[in-house]
Design a protein around this ligand. Structure first.
Ligand SMILES: [Zn+2]
Length: 370
């Protein structure tokens, strides 16, 4: 999601405008927000005094006094994002501009016990300490999980991947000195992608990892449905009575489009699959041909439903950009409307999208509250 455009106080509007503009002069702020120049100057002064804005470069002038631009103080605050998957833990530290200032990924199988959660808290504290950031500059920690959550993100209510019946956010964060919240992994990744894509207000994020998920983002807001199950494209039915899905049903998209459908042909190693595909291995080429055919069917269905860009993400995201023309060609052969294939777009974050998105929850609420 993009920085918020919610109308609040002049101070808040100015802060959000500077965030969106990157660098802007005081007269331009006054003009764009329809406020007087003294009001703009006074509010910028307060935001500078709070360490949230910084003086920028001297701008070119067409006459009169030269104006300087102000820009965001990127490192005024930081947020932590943790991606919890079945076999790995990723921790990122981002600043207000969503720059990753620290990241660590460890191989660690998920276990619902105190030692596992202590490890998460330890990794977070270690990262903040090694970056030399004062604890009062940390806004909070977002936990990305492959699960259906309660609306407020405090309670996990369903996760076949983690195989845990119920989980409270406070259980993960016990001993952590910062606020925390959970977010569905695909939703978090979608939030991170849309934050970076200033050209998009609406998008579907398709997470093609070892399970398939997704996020629906409309007017820069996440649409998660009546029961937080929106965007679960992995369990849409692609083939009646088709292949078995891990959810227990038959023919789910997950059984045809997960990253595992490819990596199982190269001993679970996804990079190896694409190496062999590039080298022209005929057996691997046949697997890809079948896979991309099913992916095109799924993409055509999603585009026909939402009429907006579909971002290809998840583990497969980093490999699909170079295969985009092939995928688009396949979508074009299925589509009713011309140009449908151009809705398919690669992801910006090739790694750690979910962890960044979980951290962005805190950046977003900070920007809205200034
Ligand atoms: Zn399923």
């Amino acid at each position: 999601m993009k920085p918020p455009g919610k109308k609040q106080t002049n101070r808040s509007r100015i802060y959000q405008l500077v965030y969106q503009a990157g660098s802007i002069s005081r007269p331009e702020i006054a003009l764009r927000l329809g406020i007087s120049l003294p009001t703009a100057i006074q509010n910028v002064k307060c935001l500078q005094a709070d360490g949230l804005l910084e003086e920028g470069d001297l701008l070119e002038s067409t006459g009169g006094r030269k104006a300087t631009a102000v820009h965001l103080s990127r490192n005024a605050r930081f947020a932590v994002g943790v991606d919890i998957t079945r076999n790995h833990l990723s921790v990122v530290l981002i600043n207000l501009a969503a720059d990753i200032v620290g990241s660590r990924r460890v191989k660690q199988r998920y276990e619902d016990n105190a030692a596992y959660y202590r490890q998460i808290v330890g990794l977070i504290n270690e990262m903040i300490a090694s970056a030399g950031i004062a604890p009062n500059k940390i806004l909070g920690a977002g936990f990305s999980v492959p699960a259906i959550l309660s609306e407020n993100g405090r309670l996990l209510v369903y996760s076949r991947v983690l195989n845990v019946p119920v989980l409270h956010c406070s259980t993960i964060s016990r001993g952590l000195a910062y606020e925390s919240v959970m977010c569905n992994d695909a939703n978090a990744a979608g939030i991170a992608e849309l934050w970076r894509r200033k050209d998009l207000d609406n998008a579907v994020y398709l997470s093609l990892s070892n399970s398939v998920g997704g996020a629906i983002l409309l007017h820069n807001e996440l649409y998660s449905g009546e029961n937080q199950r929106g965007g679960e494209f992995g369990h849409s039915t692609l083939v009646r009575d088709g292949r078995p899905c891990y959810c227990g049903r038959l023919g789910c998209m997950d059984a045809y489009c997960s990253a595992e459908v490819l990596s199982r042909h190269t001993g679970g190693c996804l990079p190896r699959f694409f190496e062999k595909l590039s080298s022209g291995d005929p057996a691997i080429a046949a697997v890809w041909d079948e896979y991309s055919g099913w992916l095109a069917v799924a993409l055509n269905n999603i585009i026909a439903s939402f009429d907006c860009k579909v971002i290809l993400g998840g583990y497969l995201g980093e490999y699909l950009e170079s295969r985009l023309d092939d995928i688009k060609r396949r979508v074009a052969t299925l589509a009713t409307f011309s140009g449908t294939e151009d809705y398919v777009t690669p992801c910006v974050y090739k790694k750690e999208a979910s962890a960044v998105g979980a951290a962005l929850l805190y950046v977003r609420s900070f920007l809205q509250s200034r």
